[in-house]
Design a protein. Sequence first.
Lengths: 166, 166
Amino acid sequence: MDTEPPGRAPTALGDPRSDDKALGLLLASAHEAARSSLNAELRPLGIETRHFGILVTLDRAGPTSQRGLGALLGLDKSAVVRIMDELERLGLAVRKRAEHDRRAYAIELTTEGRRYARTSATAADEVSARLFGWLSPADRDRLVTLLTGILTRADDGSTGNEPNRS
Amino acid sequence: MDTEPPGRAPTALGDPRSDDKALGLLLASAHEAARSSLNAELRPLGIETRHFGILVTLDRAGPTSQRGLGALLGLDKSAVVRIMDELERLGLAVRKRAEHDRRAYAIELTTEGRRYARTSATAADEVSARLFGWLSPADRDRLVTLLTGILTRADDGSTGNEPNRS
DNA sequence: TATTGTTATACTCTATAACTATA
DNA sequence: TATAGTTATAGAGTATAACAATA
């Protein structure tokens, strides 16, 4: 018989269909669970979501500065430094100097890094298939529209707490 | 006709309508922006989202044990200890001993705590109106269904990876 | 033995400020 | 002056393990 969803109880504060606090909690839970799932899938590779994002971005966009990576992924520049330190120590990416601007880097994937980018993308696909695969194209489109609407409205009025406007 | 989404670039990794990684990033961004908005609104009261959740829950459910609060809000018991320390220091809640179980507390709001619970709920309503008020009942229903589906599918498979031997 | 709560610890994420070297 | 990157630091979220008192 149907028991309550285990562990987390997204409706604990009320019904998210009518209760804003419960809807916010549901949003938080879905995000946290999704990230946790991806981390679990990436664990055998020895990387986590933060590395994954940069690997995939570099594999896609080619050599990029740290600031560029931060802008693409919504990360602070200091966060990119830390993640890049880890990726270099893992031998997956290298900091080469940009030719035209000696302040900046042109971050490149190593051969191993490119392999990791693709292997981890495949691993991530398995998580995605489970989490998002059941969505019809219309469902998915709707979800993106709804989330984007919430995001832009939050960013509008959040007391000038602008994220990465650098 | 469509220009790029402002501020954060949730589509930086790709189009979330077709790219799973971008959809995950969008989910993260929406959550983070929502929490940030609520924190900004609660700041004048001197509390944050974590206190808000407990205040509202206590105001609604009446005296509750710490473990009960954690279960309702998806918080670890050690997290509840920390938040309760803060709420007691703020004079908003008190730890009374449960009558039937001398291990447990029956956490109660103070008069001031009840006032805070309602004032902060009103403040939260303003955030909610901006973030969620534009959703039609059908939109909202759909969003809840989609997020719940993602959450349960994530919780299903992500914890099975832990070896967790005894 | 199991559970409530406490403490210690640790890792992640986010954010800021101060600093360097270039531009 | 402004920008790319580095470093240090801090707060918040999440999690676990060890422990005392009680069930």
